[in-house]
Design a protein around this ligand. Structure first.
Ligand SMILES: *[C@@H]1O[C@H](CO)[C@@H](O)[C@H](O)[C@H]1NC(C)=O
Ligand SMILES: *[C@@H]1O[C@H](CO)[C@@H](O)[C@H](O)[C@H]1NC(C)=O
Ligand SMILES: *[C@@H]1O[C@H](CO)[C@@H](O)[C@H](O)[C@H]1NC(C)=O
Ligand SMILES: *[C@@H]1O[C@H](CO)[C@@H](O)[C@H](O)[C@H]1NC(C)=O
Ligand SMILES: *[C@@H]1O[C@H](CO)[C@@H](O)[C@H](O)[C@H]1NC(C)=O
Ligand SMILES: *[C@@H]1O[C@H](CO)[C@@H](O)[C@H](O)[C@H]1NC(C)=O
Length: 418
């Protein structure tokens, strides 16, 4: 080892001596035989040369030595316009600086010199091999489920020298404490927060980071919840819309609605509308959100239905109107003649206030006769359903929950009539 080192020193020494002594030989010595540089960066090609005699008239760098063709000075090449700087004096460009490197600059660069002597021209060959590379972030995989691992690799096509560290970025910001000495960076057990655009850079070239690569973290629905609209007290006969919301990636593709203690699903779709609420609709509702990863159920939302007090009030208002009508009619014509007519009007008015239906005297008669038993209430419900769907829930509810409600609705007008 020591011997080899000593030998090298000796060789260098002898070569130096040759240079000093031997101005009579052609030589071009490049400081680096190959250079790997980043796209967009600046590189310097440097050489030293000797020549036999005379004076140097021209020096130039070129990349192609066409057979028989005169090498073309890079300085004349429009591809390099504005990107070349020579260091040395005007005639002696022995350091060539190329800025804003392009991948197309990758080539073998040679130095040529001409002297004023006959046949005084020389090309230093082989030249300098320049490789221009960009930084590429490889991500594997790019779409991943939560809790899995992702590997990022920062690659260049050639080996930049020297690279001692890599830095890593997410959404354009450095990832704290992420510098690595190897080109590999791992994300262990990713979560949705790891979703983002990643890039990397090599030390000293942080201004030339790789293109961004996007990591997508997929996960099943969560934070599934039910909201109700309109909020506040839910009256019988009114309508509400339940909406299921959930966070997931990819988005939820299926919503299913359930009511507790009811095995079969009530509905599907993100929103579930319950129209003409009846007391049977009371209960706990929840939704199931499902995407390609998993499904998740919301917590249940209790729906309480307020009984429809307004029907009694409406009836009362109807009664008052009828009373006034009766009084007016009585004044205009004979009281006895109008009494019978007025009873029918009483019913009609009430019913109109309730549901807008007309000729309902038959219904009324039925109710009058049977309203004392739950079975009768059931009959009424059935009948009303045929008549007008809008009224049906109210009556049916009353029948099942509390027959007295039905009586209050139905009997009031009769009470008035008598
Ligand atoms: C993620 O990496 C850790 C540590 O190397 C390993 O224990 C775990 O099994 C990996 N998880 C998966 C899903 O590959
Ligand atoms: C990480 O690398 C960047 C860029 O090279 C540097 O500015 C920073 O100081 C480094 N951080 C650590 C902790 O080494
Ligand atoms: C699913 O929903 C329940 C609440 O119903 C919740 O406690 C649970 O954490 C959810 N599961 C997932 C994987 O998000
Ligand atoms: C969603 O659930 C997560 C836990 O799974 C919780 O940390 C987060 O605060 C919830 N977000 C909302 C908007 O409720
Ligand atoms: C569902 O059924 C269980 C058991 O039968 C009962 O304890 C619970 O109160 C019921 N829940 C509802 C909302 O009806
Ligand atoms: C959600 O509820 C439905 C109906 O009760 C049930 O079949 C399903 O397994 C539940 N899903 C989850 C993830 O718990």
């Amino acid at each position: 080892m020591a011997l080899r080192t000593a030998g090298s020193v000796l060789l260098v020494f002898l070569w130096s001596v040759t240079v000093v002594l031997g101005q009579n030989v052609w030589s071009v010595t490049y400081t680096k035989k190959s250079i790997c540089a980043l796209k967009g960066s600046t590189v310097e090609l440097h050489c030293s040369y000797t020549y036999p005699s005379g004076t140097v008239t021209t020096t130039l760098w070129f990349t192609e030595s066409g057979t028989g063709k005169e090498p073309k000075d890079l300085g004349q090449d429009p591809e390099y316009a504005g990107r070349l700087e020579c260091h040395g004096d005007q005639k002696n460009c022995h350091t060539l600086r190329i800025t804003d490197l392009r991948e197309s600059d990758s080539a073998e660069y040679k130095f040529r010199l001409l002297t004023d002597q006959t046949g005084g021209k020389y090309i230093g060959s082989p030249g300098v091999t320049l490789s221009v590379t960009d930084v590429v972030l490889e991500m594997d995989p790019t779409s991943v489920s939560e809790r899995e691992n992702v590997t990022l690799i920062c690659r260049t096509k050639c080996t930049l020298d020297p690279i001692t560290a890599y830095s890593w970025y997410k959404n354009g910001q450095p990832i704290p404490n992420s510098n690595t000495s190897s080109p590999v960076y791992s994300l262990f057990s990713v979560s949705s927060e790891d979703t983002g655009r990643y890039s990397c850079a090599v030390e000293g070239h942080e201004d030339l980071p790789s293109a961004e690569e996007t990591l997508t973290v997929t996960y099943g629905p969560r934070n599934t919840s039910v909201s109700v609209s309109p909020s506040g007290e839910i009256m019988e006969g009114s309508s509400v819309t339940l909406t299921c919301s959930s966070e997931s990636n990819p988005p939820v593709d299926k919503y299913t609605w359930y009511k507790k203690n009811v095995t079969s699903p009530k509905a599907s779709g993100q929103s579930y509308s319950i129209t003409n609420i009846i007391s049977e609709d009371r209960g706990e509702y929840y939704c199931e959100a499902e995407n390609t990863i998993a499904s998740n159920n919301s917590t249940a939302l209790m729906i309480i239905i307020a009984e429809k007090q307004t029907s009694v009030l409406t009836a009362a208002v109807g009664i008052i109107v009828v009373v006034l009508g009766v009084i007016l009619a009585s004044c205009l014509s004979g009281f006895m003649w109008f009494r019978k007519k007025a009873s029918k009007s009483t019913f009609d008015t009430r019913h109109t206030a309730d549901d807008g239906q007309g000729d309902s005297s038959a219904v009324y008669v039925n109710i009058s006769g049977m309203a004392m038993t739950p079975a009768a209430a059931q009959t009424v419900a059935t009948f009303d359903q045929e008549q007008d769907e809008d009224v049906q829930p109210t009556v049916e509810q009353a029948a099942e929950e509390d027959p007295s409600v039905l009586y209050s609705t139905v009997n009031k007008p009769r009470t008035k009539k008598t």
